[in-house]
Design a protein around this ligand. Structure first.
Ligand code: AMP
Ligand code: ZN
Length: 138
């Protein structure tokens, strides 16, 4: 299924031009227009799923395979020093395009945005962690 007003449906279908790094029956991988680093790319399924919760399980598994393939090549060719995979769900989590996608972000020594994914850890004791574990596994 696709959604008519969705920009990533149109990009994935090739109706809007993109810098495509990889394409198969299920995915198109494109360069991000506003990159956080050199080579920042997006793995976009051709079917419309708004987010991870809607994503088909088989497609979810294949998305990681595609990210591995493209990410590995990218690190090699661009001589990156590291790589992040990032996937946002919901506005609060930073999602701005509501068609599932996975970011592939190569990382470089001494590049801008060095702290883009750093956070201040919460202080949680063993009891609080165990309580959370119980809630999630119940
Ligand atoms: P997110 O914030 O996780 O929803 O990520 C959306 C990403 O899509 C952002 O990094 C945008 O820069 C990128 N983006 C939005 N529109 C386009 C487009 N037309 N072509 C390429 N990347 C895009
Ligand atoms: Zn879509």
């Amino acid at each position: 299924m696709r959604q008519d007003d969705c920009i990533f449906c149109k990009i994935a279908a090739g109706e809007i031009p993109s810098n495509t790094l990889y394409e198969d029956d299920l995915f198109r991988v494109i360069l991000d227009l506003n990159p956080a680093s050199k080579g920042h790319a997006l793995v976009i399924p051709k079917e419309h799923y708004a987010n991870l919760f809607e994503l088909d399980e088989q497609v979810a598994g294949k998305a990681l395979q595609v990210a591995k393939k493209v990410g590995t090549k990218m690190v090699d060719v661009l001589k990156a020093d590291g790589l992040n995979l990032l996937q946002n769900n919901g506005e609060l989590a930073g999602q701005t395009v509501f068609h599932f996608h996975m970011h592939i972000i190569p990382r470089y020594k001494n590049a801008p945005n060095a702290d883009m994914l750093r956070y201040t850890p919460l202080k949680m004791n063993a009891e609080e962690l165990a309580e959370l574990k119980d809630m999630i596994t119940k």
